[in-house]
Design a protein around this ligand. Structure first.
Ligand code: FDA
Length: 403
């Protein structure tokens, strides 16, 4: 039997980072992952360049049933702290859009950096290795017996156990519900897991008029929900054969609830009624050409078809009512998704281990002393834009520094 101070299950973003920090603080650390290749999600992230954090991170960029939970960890290990580590390792990076930081070269550099930090902390890694059973410490645990794990490489004892098994998205690269099942078995509440940062789909018949727009992209304002559950984003939208994608839709998908509408303004920053009325009095152009000067041609035609308006009608002959209705439809497009592309395409999981049963200072369970949950397995879900990795780094640091 082997004895460790700390065993971490899951060698992804949070697990690797926690292992390196704890090892460098003198802990004997074992990091276990069931996959052949570690950190696959880092590898494929950001189109292979890993959007590893965002310059501007705060609790408002996260969804959770307990929105204040992430505040302490994010404040104590900030995006600036992670940027300093990236700089220390000589990794070149750039800012792309709204504070999003990407590697200049490859996400592999972030993985190599995390592995170097683990090596500096003398972390042992078992991979691939599975954990069949976890026995919790006996009541009181005056002898310091800790947790007993039955792994595919033998029995292991540890004082502290960290669950960093991530979310359920993309099962083919190692996602599993192991952490959620363990949490539940040990008395934790699970906030229902849902695919998030995911393309949305529509009923095939309802979508038929739009499927010809596949591949078209444009900036929009998209919103859904009410009150505190309301999401609103100004980003690019992408039409696909089955529905909608692009950053605007990935962002709003985290807020969208089954049966709810999306509202989409296809002409943000424009008073379209005023613009069309002005064109009616000033321009001799045809309606189709006028609209195509403001929108992609295919989109303009699709909306004229939807409303049964002729694009060849000269602007001065257009009825005010038709122009108002056209503008209303383009700036207040209402549509109800029938679902999402699911775990296969989702970037993250919304929901997870209920944070009301965890300590926000160190991520420790309030039910089982010595048991910790970090990263995406916890009910803290970031926006698109580097926020999910920052949660992995911050929650890992909060845990490792408390050990
Ligand atoms: P992560 O998923 O990284 O790691 C979990 C680890 O646990 C895996 O190695 C897995 O094999 C292991 N594991 C699971 N079950 C196990 C078991 N039973 N036994 C042992 N090991 C087990 N975020 C961001 O901020 N910027 C970005 O650019 C992107 N891009 C992006 C692209 C794509 C395609 C996806 C799918 C996701 C992103 N993300 C992202 C999200 C980001 O990848 C994610 O939030 C973090 O990787 C979460 O880190 P964790 O360590 O919690 O889980």
């Amino acid at each position: 039997m082997q004895i460790f101070d700390l065993v971490i299950i899951g060698a992804g973003a949070a697990g690797l980072f926690c292992a390196g920090l704890a090892g460098q603080r003198g802990q004997r650390v074992l990091l276990i992952d069931h996959s052949e290749r570690l950190a696959e999600k880092i590898r494929i992230s950001g189109g292979g360049r890993c959007n590893f954090t965002n310059r501007d991170v705060g609790p408002a960029n996260f969804l959770s049933e307990n929105p204040a939970y992430c505040r302490s960890a994010l404040a104590r290990y900030s995006s600036q702290d992670f940027v300093a580590l990236v700089q220390k390792h000589g990794i070149r990076f750039h800012e792309k859009h709204k504070g999003q930081l990407f590697c200049d070269d490859s996400s592999e550099q972030i993985i190599q950096m995390l592995l170097a930090e683990c090596d500096a902390g003398g972390v042992q890694r078992w991979q691939p290795s599975t954990v069949a059973d976890v026995q919790t410490p006996p009541e009181g645990d005056s002898e310091g017996a800790g947790f007993t794990l039955e792994t595919s490489r033998g029995v292991v004892k540890t004082k502290a156990l960290v669950v960093a098994t991530g979310g359920l998205s993309i099962p083919k690269i190692g996602a599993s519900d192991w952490g959620l099942r363990l949490a539940k078995r040990l008395g934790h509440n699970i906030i229902e897991p849902r695919a998030a940062l995911v393309p949305l789909t529509f009923d095939a018949d309802a979508w038929a008029p739009f499927s010809a727009l596949s591949g078209l992209s444009l900036p929009v304002i998209v919103s859904t929900g009410k009150g505190k559950a309301r999401g609103r984003f100004l980003e690019d939208l992408l039409f696909t054969h089955r529905g909608l994608s692009g950053p605007a839709i990935l962002q709003i998908s985290s807020y969208w609830q089954e049966g709810e509408n999306l509202q989409i303004d296809l002409a943000p920053d424009l008073d379209l009624v005023a613009k069309l009325m002005e064109a009616k009095s000033d321009s001799r152009r045809q309606l189709g050409n006028e609209l195509a000067s403001l929108f992609p041609q295919r989109l303009a035609q699709a909306w004229l078809d939807r409303l049964g308006l002729s694009g060849s009608r000269p602007m001065p002959e257009c009825k005010d009512r038709d122009l108002q209705s056209l503008a209303g439809q383009l700036q207040g497009w209402q549509l109800t998704p029938n679902g999402s592309e699911g775990w296969r395409k989702a970037e993250v999981m919304r929901g997870g281990v209920d944070t009301r049963q965890l300590n926000s200072q160190n991520m420790q369970s309030k039910r089982v002393p010595g048991l910790y949950f970090i990263g995406e397995v916890v009910d803290v879900t970031g926006w698109l834009g580097g926020y999910n990795f920052q949660w992995a780094w911050s929650s890992a640091a909060a845990c490792a520094r408390s050990l």
